[in-house]
Design a protein around this ligand. Structure first.
Ligand SMILES: Cc1cc2nc3c(=O)[nH]c(=O)nc-3n(C[C@H](O)[C@H](O)[C@H](O)COP(=O)(O)OP(=O)(O)OC[C@H]3O[C@@H](n4cnc5c(N)ncnc54)[C@H](O)[C@@H]3O)c2cc1C
Length: 389
């Protein structure tokens, strides 16, 4: 069968690309090895899909080239996706920090994208393994299941390897390398961190959550952190994990709302209070106790020298530790790194050295913050390629 474009991967980016290209009159084949489209959309946002973020901006994405995402994100903005959602009468709400969720179910987003594909008469072929991709005489020949499809354009939209048990693969990287494109080393991102060494004590706090500022290098996030039986998770930790590299230290401010010298102030105001009582008023009890133990500050504030309290305040505002590692691709919400943007046009997502070959979505070295940014990249990059096919 001959098409104008073959798209590999029916996730957010592939579905958007197929909808846009087919509605522009292109004959499109969309192939996925899974038995249903948009599986990650279905499980996203606790089943309600955090489908975009109204604060989308290029500086909320990680990439070896921080400028690459600008073009696609500006040409297909959060507003454009919201308009599409509104046209399909899908009710939504802002939860926090600009994150938009469906009121009902993530299924509505998948159904909407499938309807948009049907409008353009895109052919969607599910449950078929891609066996082989060849390129000759300006045409791509794809063997999938028992069929062969040929087209002058091929879009790689097979995502990254995070959550392999859902069918995620590193197919995109293998294909990119086959065509001579570089791949920036993929690594798990938006992923819980594991603790070892001295910090292993914190594992006893499994289930405790508190608002923190988490920092590494120049990145910092003020959100909740959650202690787990392996280490740390929660939005602040997932966010900072994307910036963290093995060996780097992470700093946690456990009391971001306390101003300077708050502890000396407490000593003056309530000298007979115990340190752990004061801390217990500001933090969950189990955490206050564990930190008191680590700081070794037992007794009344009045009996503690000011410099000890100043040192305690400093440590509570910047508790530094080197995580042992991450919980890996099995638990990572996304993959950072991927197909190098060096070889791609930021306007069209087409490979500069292989006309007709495109890469979109998470397989490309563009990774968003937590909170709808990754879907916005999937829509925007899929849209950019769909406009060019
Ligand atoms: C648990 C979880 C929750 C998330 N929640 C959110 C959220 O609320 N908001 C947000 O913005 N982001 C969220 N994300 C991230 C978001 O899901 C991804 O960034 C986004 O789905 C990437 O879209 P994509 O189309 O590039 O890739 P994918 O959605 O991964 O789609 C790739 C498709 O390619 C198919 N495929 C893979 N290999 C092959 C192959 N060899 N042959 C054929 N087909 C193949 C897969 O089956 C899949 O359908 C979440 C991720 C996870 C894991």
């Amino acid at each position: 069968m001959t098409y104008d474009a073959i798209i590999l991967g029916a996730g957010g980016a592939g579905l958007m690309c197929a909808a846009v290209a087919s509605q522009r009159g292109r004959r499109v084949l969309l192939i996925d090895h899974a038995d249903q489209p948009g599986k990650k959309i279905l499980i996203s946002g606790g089943g309600r899909c955090n489908f975009t973020n109204i604060h989308t901006a290029p500086d909320r994405y990680l990439s070896a080239n921080p400028h690459f995402a600008k073009s696609a994100l500006s040409r297909y903005a959060a507003r454009d996706f919201i308009d599409l959602v509104d046209r399909h009468r899908i009710a939504w709400h802002e939860k926090t920090l600009g994150q938009l969720f469906c009121d009902g179910s993530a299924r509505q987003i998948v159904a909407m994208l499938m309807e948009e594909c049907a409008k353009g008469a895109a052919r969607v072929s599910l449950g078929r393994q891609v066996r082989d991709v060849e390129h000759a005489d300006g045409h791509f020949r794809v063997r999938y299941g028992d069929e062969i499809a040929v087209a002058p354009a091929l879009v790689v939209a097979t995502g990254g390897p995070s959550i392999p048990k859902m069918g995620a693969t590193d197919f995109a990287y293998d294909l990119a390398r086959k065509f001579g494109l570089k791949v920036v080393e993929p690594r798990p991102a938006l992923v819980p961190l594991t603790l070892g060494g001295d910090e292993v004590l914190f594992r006893e706090l499994s289930g405790v959550a508190t608002q923190v500022v988490a920092r590494t290098g120049k990145a910092e996030f003020r959100e909740a952190a959650l202690f787990t039986h392996k280490g740390l998770s929660g939005p602040a930790i997932l966010q900072i994990s994307s910036y963290w590299r093995h060996g780097d230290e992470i700093g946690i401010d456990f009391l971001p709302s306390c101003g300077r010298n708050w502890l000396l102030g407490a000593k003056r105001a309530r000298p007979r209070s115990h340190f752990h009582t004061i801390l217990g008023e500001l933090l969950p009890g189990r955490l206050a106790e564990a930190l008191t133990k680590r700081l070794g500050l037992w007794g009344e504030l009045a009996n503690m020298p000011d410099r000890k309290l100043e040192e305690a305040e400093r440590r509570l505002a910047d508790w530094s530790f080197a995580p042992k590692g991450t919980e890996g691709f099995a638990k990572a919400e996304v993959t950072a790194g991927g197909i190098s943007t060096d070889g791609l046009s930021s306007q069209t997502m087409e490979a500069k050295s292989v006309p007709g070959l495109y890469a979109v979505g998470e397989g490309v070295d563009v990774t968003g913050w937590l909170g709808g940014y990754n879907f916005q990249w999937a829509w925007a990059s899929g849209w950019a390629a769909g406009q060019s096919l």
